[in-house]
Design a protein around this ligand. Sequence first.
Ligand code: PLP
Length: 400
Amino acid sequence: MKEEFKLAINRAVSGHAPDFADFELPLAFSVKAFHESFPMYQKTPLVNLTNTAKAIGLKDIYVKDESFRFGLNAFKVLGGSYAIGRTIAKRLDMHFNEITYEKIMDEETRRKIGDVTFVTATDGNHGRGVAWSANRFGYKSVVYMPKGTEEIRLQNILKENADASITEFNYDGCVRLASQMAQEKGWIMVQDTAWDGYEEVPLWIMQGYTTMAIEAFEQMQEKPTHIFLQAGVGSMAAAVAAFFSDIYKEDMPKIVIVEPNRADCFYQTALAGDGERRIVTGDMNTIMAGLACGEPCSIAWDILSRCAKFYISCPEYAAAQGMRVLGNPAKGDKKVISGESGASAFGCVFEIMRDERLKDIRNEIGLDENSVCLFISTEGDTDPENYRRIVWDGAHPAER
Ligand SMILES: Cc1ncc(COP(=O)(O)O)c(C=O)c1O
């Protein structure tokens, strides 16, 4: 496959955002209050890279550094923990605003809920978040991972007492396996993607992600002109986009979705332009492991199709470049340790600003010296060996 930058434009989107009732500000506050009830809660830093922004022709850059989230090196735990909290609240017939860490840990709660097992499929980060939450709360978890998963990702999940394994399937196949096992064994599936008939838990997971969006909003010193969001199944991107739609309504920043060339299902969907979701199949062998998903989440596309105008399909080298620059920004800026998926969107913008061959994309998206760009570095060095190979040795087989 020829690795290149590609842009699809969703012309149905204007500067006005529709209402997304499930992601309004009061809900985001309530989700944040849930996460704040965890004894290990700390908001993650929003790093301001002004000097780097100026060096590449932008006004300002903000990077939300999710490597600090609950000591798990990625944002995903926000979704899994909230979904498990909501599952428990529902079983206890309790209003979701009342569920807290303390309530979940209560002996009485444990007795009422009894023995349950949570099951999920993951490239690593989501499964680690589900396993961590289940383990903290005193429940079992089963986690299926795609073939080719790095051993360290498996080990990190096994450490959370999960029954975790690397399967023979790709990510989408693992999701099907988890769903089948949940039905057969009566386990509770906590999956970060939705399809027809499975939407309640994925919605809770997406709502869980709004904690990082509301934190970023509170930490920002100025309004962003552009928000860049990397997508696997698109749940994270859609949750953040829906949250900011509620904030900025009439005067929306441009939402730009970023995916690897090898798993660009949203780009393909936007390109086709008929509203039907497109599916990418095969191994999706990309260094951006968190983004190696071929089937758009149904709830995510419903949201993004109405508020995200731009869809970039990017080459592998963009993610690698993003990791290097975030780890070594312009003098005076703070560094961000960002992994392959975490740095992908930033890496794209870095290349788009510096490579003259990409100036049409730059102009189309409207990136210039007045642009204030928000990124979410969704993970740190979740695969430390690969991180060093890329950042120290400056090379990766998948690069140009
Ligand atoms: C680090 C990282 N970033 C981004 C994503 C994309 O999230 P989503 O699958 O909700 O699009 C993932 C998904 O696992 C991830 O692990």
